[in-house]
Write a protein that binds this ligand. Structure first.
Ligand code: NAP
Length: 298
């Protein structure tokens, strides 16, 4: 599938028009790119690199990786994909909780930077909460920020109580975002976490926005209401699922895609504006939570 120049610029434009502001004012397109499992299969490497580069060309400039993914293989692959394009990319990586203490966060970050072939990250996230006290991780993050190794930091897999605790910790208000699982089939955070984010002017980042695999994915692909909304927008069911995650303009979704047609479909989803009627029909099949749900994690 090859795109004409005018198609590329239309997609790019729609992503430029749909941005979310981080607390420091940095504007990011609502759809970025995930990289979990990339870099692990040598035979897939070229295709994965091309997919990420196409995504960047289309305007999905945020690339999310982690030291955990493939034991650094994902970061190495991203490094290859962004060589000579570093300035076009908003680069996100994550530190393991057991590397998030003052004795190891700096070397963990240095190792990520080396694998990524860059001198700084745009965003560094604590992958999930471990045993290291939040105050210590924040201090480590702030030191990295002052040294210019990261431009900003955030967290991942934090539930509302964790965010409240973070907020009340010294320098905790410097957190840029919280990356959490969110898709139509898993919308527990609509109850309290997303409202917390809204109230504190901090966007959330939605991981696995396409439900990755399994039965929920099958449901997103075959549910009659999704199919009906998709037909109305002349779109694919998963594009509707993606458009749903970004509907509030306070969430950045980071789907992972290696197939070229998936990369294009995901970028195009930024142009889909779901109507109140669409959202109400989707709510009927995938209801809003009416009580606190434990945070979903994979
Ligand atoms: P996902 O993005 O929900 O789903 C990825 C799967 O969907 C891949 O199999 C991909 O296939 C397929 N796909 C992508 N676009 C599609 C389209 N338009 N139509 C049909 N299929 C499509 O799952 P994910 O990788 O779990 O989540 C995304 C990213 O979030 C990860 O890669 C990672 O960067 C991040 N993440 C973070 C955490 C955390 O704890 N912070 C946890 C999980 C994920 P192809 O690749 O073959 O195109």
């Amino acid at each position: 599938m090859s795109l004409h120049d005018h198609e590329i610029s239309t997609i790019k434009q729609s992503l430029e028009n749909r941005v979310v502001a981080l607390p420091d004012g940095t504007a990011l397109p609502v759809i970025g790119q995930g990289t979990w499992y990339m870099g692990e299969n040598p035979q897939a490497k070229n295709k994965e690199i091309k997919a990420l580069q196409l995504g960047i060309e289309l305007g999905m400039k945020l690339i999310d990786t982690a030291e955990m993914y493939g034991n650094g293989d994902s970061e190495r692959l991203v490094g290859e994909a962004i060589k000579e394009r570093r300035d076009q990319v908003f680069l996100v990586s994550k530190v393991y909780p057991h590397h998030a203490g003052l004795d190891s966060i700096e070397s963990a970050c240095e190792n990520s930077l080396k694998r990524l072939g860059t001198d700084h990250l745009d965003l560094y996230l604590l992958h999930w909460r471990g045993r290291v006290p939040l105050a210590e991780t924040i201090e480590g993050m702030e030191r990295l920020r002052k040294d210019g190794k990261i431009a900003r930091w955030g967290v991942s897999n934090f539930d509302t109580e964790d965010m409240k605790e973070l907020w009340d910790t010294a320098n905790g208000k410097k957190c840029a975002t919280n990356q959490v699982l969110y898709h139509l089939g898993s919308r527990g955070i609509d109850y309290d976490l997303l409202p917390w984010h809204q109230e504190h002017n901090m966007p959330a980042m939605a991981y696995s926005p396409l439900a990755q695999g399994g039965s929920l994915r099958r449901q997103l692909l075959s549910d009659p209401v999704i199919l009906e909304v998709a037909e109305k927008h002349n779109a694919q069911p998963l594009q509707i699922a993606l458009a749903w995650t970004i509907r509030s303009n306070n969430v950045i979704a980071i789907p992972k895609a290696v197939q070229e047609e998936h990369v294009i479909a995901n970028a195009q989803a930024a142009a889909i504006q779901l109507t109140t009627e669409d959202l109400n029909s989707l709510d009927e099949v995938f209801p809003k939570p009416t009580s606190k749900m434990p945070l979903d994690i994979i």
